[in-house]
Design a protein around this ligand. Structure first.
Ligand code: MF3
Ligand code: CO
Length: 252
């Protein structure tokens, strides 16, 4: 499948889809506190998405049973919400969600600390976030896609963290996952040329220890092989004639 270039009208719909999703995240972040269950976070997120008149795009995606992915500590992504999984002070929790507005998908993820977290965990979250911003400095028309991948890798490597290789970012639009795939580690090729109107979900997943991950028996939850903690930071972005536009941006 070729990489889709969105029309002006499609870009407006993408912008609105992403704006609504960022609003959902702002509310979810407030709810992240010791004592809440991962299922309660999912129920809240599902309700907020539907209150906007939108559809949670993760729900029943390839059989995924919830609307919000909630991944705690050594869970990297795709954690399944459970009513008996209660967040504890000091945990880190990655929330990943998306919605469909007028047929257009948005997708974003953040890792939050639960109450007071230790310094190493806070640093992992901060470096993961910054790796996204380092990557998208290269997200400019005329550049090649893997310049984003290379920039993320170059920034993260000196910290000694493990960059997850088995999961990647992606194009997004009328489908949650469109071409191209966007690795978060250095590539030997340069990849396709970026054009204004492309919309991409850039999403580094970074482990405190080794990069290897494995799948739990639920067939969804991805965990680090070495048990180290993991962070995730994702936005849907638009390639423009100038600086990339971060469509799901919000800062807490
Ligand atoms: N959030 C993932 C991504 O960023 C997709 C999750 S699919 C689900 O590409 F089924 F797990 F929800
Ligand atoms: Co994504």
């Amino acid at each position: 499948m070729a990489i889709t270039v969105k029309t002006k009208r499609e870009i407006e719909l993408m912008r609105e889809s992403c704006r609504l999703l960022a609003d959902v995240f702002q509310n979810l972040e407030q709810a992240v506190k010791p004592g809440i269950s991962t299922m309660e976070i999912n129920i809240l997120g599902d309700r907020l998405i539907r209150q906007h008149g939108c559809i949670p795009n993760f729900y029943h995606y390839n059989g995924y049973p919830a609307s919000i992915c909630v991944s705690v500590n050594d869970e990297v992504v795709h954690g399944i919400p459970r009513k008996n999984h209660i967040l504890q002070e000091g945990d880190i929790v990655s929330l990943d969600a998306g919605l469909i507005y007028e047929g257009y998908h948005s997708d974003m993820a953040r890792t939050f600390g639960v109450g007071q977290i230790n310094e190493e965990a806070a640093k992992l979250i901060q470096v993961t976030r910054q790796s996204f911003f380092e990557g998208i400095k290269m997200a400019r028309a005329g550049n090649h896609l893997y310049e984003i991948s290379n920039a993320i890798d170059a920034y993260v490597r000196p910290f000694g963290y493990g960059i997850v290789r088995d999961l990647v970012g992606h194009g997004i639009g009328t489908h949650l996952h469109e071409d191209p795939q966007i690795p978060n580690f250095a590539q030997s090729r340069r990849g396709p040329r970026l054009k204004p109107g492309m919309t991409l979900a850039v999403e580094p997943m970074i482990n405190m220890g080794r990069p290897e991950v494995e799948w739990l028996d639920d067939d969804w939850t991805v965990v680090t092989e070495d048990g180290s903690w993991s962070a995730h930071y994702e936005n849907t972005i638009l390639i423009t004639e100038g600086d990339p536009e971060i469509l799901t941006l919000y800062e807490s």
